[in-house]
Design a protein around this ligand. Structure first.
Ligand code: PEP
Length: 253
């Protein structure tokens, strides 16, 4: 089991509409993060709000994540944002391979290159994997294993240990359908067993694996206690400071 504090990341997706609203939400969330609480809380706003929010987070009390990164460091890549740009703005985490980005065409190979870009800039990559749907035969385990193998390509155990894996079954994202704590536990054991096969037991124990998919104040405690993962990636509920605060509280045992 990882020795880190639980990690709770709020993925704001393409919200809110203005920088003023983003600052208000950030300050409301920051109030929910008690100094010295045994939890790491991170928010992932849209790119344009990062500079303003970075100024509101001296000392990194509420670190920032970006919702994506490009894998090249500079050049003729219109519309893209590099790891060095993010690092220069004080960003410390990057969500990679979110299913909403994969749905827009992001491939496993690009996800792997983006992880390497994060490692070059000492940004913590939070890499999303998860099946589109479940089937009774359990074929979805092969989908997850395929994504895991692809993201690990060319990474040493030391490099992978700096990465966070977010298991996010697509059918549970933004749908109100949540995996049961038993499903989450089963997947935590499965992901760990694949990592042990690809690397070794030491890495399997060290890896941080978090769950995402319709985590709400009323299911967070059960998912955390019985799910066995090291935190949550939260979408919709991270836009309401009270709900996000309740989820943060639920992982502090
Ligand atoms: C997400 O955006 O990663 C997510 C898990 O969303 P939601 O919590 O709304 O399902």
């Amino acid at each position: 089991m990882s020795s880190h504090h639980p990690l709770v990341i709020g993925n704001w997706k393409m919200n809110p509409a203005t920088s003023a609203e983003a600052k208000a939400l950030f300050l409301a969330v920051r109030k929910k993060v008690k100094r010295d609480a045994p939890v790491s809380v991170v928010v992932a706003p849209p790119f344009p709000f990062i500079p303003d929010l970075s100024r509101l987070s001296p000392g990194g009390r509420l670190p920032l994540a970006a919702q994506d990164v490009f894998y090249e460091d500079a050049g003729a890549y219109t519309g893209e944002v590099s790891g060095s740009m993010l690092a220069s703005l004080g960003v410390s985490y990057v969500i990679i391979g979110h299913s909403e980005r994969r749905a827009l065409g992001e491939t496993d190979a690009q996800v792997n290159k983006k992880i390497l870009a994060c490692l070059r800039r000492k940004l913590t990559a939070v890499v999303c994997i998860g099946e589109r749907e479940r089937d009774l035969r359990g074929d979805f385990f092969s989908v997850v294993e395929g994504q895991l193998r692809a993201l690990c390509t060319g990474l040493s155990a030391r490099q992978l240990a700096a990465v966070v894996i977010a298991y996010e079954p697509i059918w549970a994202i933004g749908t109100g359908k949540t995996a049961t704590p038993e499903d989450v536990k089963e997947m935590q054991l499965f992901i760990t067993s694949v990592l042990v096969k690809l690397y070794d037991r030491a890495l399997g124990k060290r890896m941080r694996i978090i769950y995402g998919g319709s985590v709400k104040p009323d299911n967070a405690a059960a998912l955390h206690e019985a799910g066995g993962m090291q935190g949550f990636l939260v979408g919709g509920a991270s836009l309401k400071a009270d709900d996000f605060g309740a989820i943060i509280t639920s992982v502090i045992s």
